[in-house]
Write a protein that binds this ligand. Structure first.
Ligand code: ADP
Ligand code: NI
Length: 215
């Protein structure tokens, strides 16, 4: 019941997004999290709620507020009559989901948190990840690529969140690192194939950029 209520709420809120954080992203993360739970275990209701709420107030769309998602999730769950103890567990997962920089350690320790973070990360890599990266970059007026601007590995969430580099750099600053930051075995297997698709894409991208292999 609570899962259905939250699902409807999130669906309404995200239906109009064009930054790659649309309802379909949330829906894929939700379905992937359910798939991972079936293989890896964990509390299904907590996982479903955290997956649905994981981007409820993301810094990339809320004007830069870095740690608001958990609070917004908590309020929404309490307003809908969900038990406070469980609502806090969900809120805690939501706060820890986001990537905070190449050199910033992940905080998810529960199996539920690990599964939701894995599901979100799988949707940031592979063909879907490529599409979302350029959609996001375009929505923030970022260039596709500027060869002279090199990637930076950020050691601080704020620095990572306020960086404004071209989208190809995002592959080196986050997307290509995710394969080794997946927690569960099931996600690692899925992630490997998606990682290889990004690597092949980049090889082809540079070939076309440099007009190589034309004959
Ligand atoms: P996270 O919270 O871990 O960043 P999200 O679900 O919020 O994960 O999704 C982040 C999405 O936004 C990813 O698909 C990612 O490619 C895209 N994104 C974030 N920052 C950038 C950026 N600087 N350039 C291009 N895409 C970005
Ligand atoms: Ni997400």
């Amino acid at each position: 019941m609570i899962v259905k209520t939250i699902l409807e709420h999130v669906k309404n809120q995200f239906e109009t997004d064009t930054t790659g954080h649309d309802w379909f992203h949330i829906e894929r993360v939700y379905k992937m999290a359910c798939h991972l739970q079936a293989k890896e275990g964990g509390d299904l209701e907590i996982i479903q709620l955290a997956a649905l709420l994981h981007d409820i107030s993301d810094h990339k769309m809320n004007g830069g507020k870095l740690n608001e998602g958990g609070n917004v999730a908590l309020l929404l769950l309490l307003e809908n009559g969900y038990e406070e103890k469980k609502a806090k567990i969900v809120a805690n997962i939501v706060d820890g989901v986001s990537f905070k920089g190449a050199l910033v350690k992940d905080q998810q320790i529960s199996i539920e948190g690990k599964i939701v973070q894995d599901a979100d990360r799988l949707d940031a890599i592979g063909a879907m990840g490529i599409a979302r990266a350029f959609a996001f970059g375009g929505s923030k007026n970022r260039p596709i690529y500027e060869p002279s601007v090199l990637p930076e590995l950020h050691d601080d969430f704020k620095k990572y969140a306020t960086a404004k580099s071209h989208t190809i750099n995002h592959f080196y600053e986050k997307l290509l690192l995710l394969k080794d930051r997946l927690h569960t075995n099931t996600a690692q297997v899925i992630g490997l194939n998606r990682h290889q698709i990004m690597e092949a894409f980049l090889v082809q991208f540079y070939d076309e950029w440099n007009l190589k292999n034309l004959d």
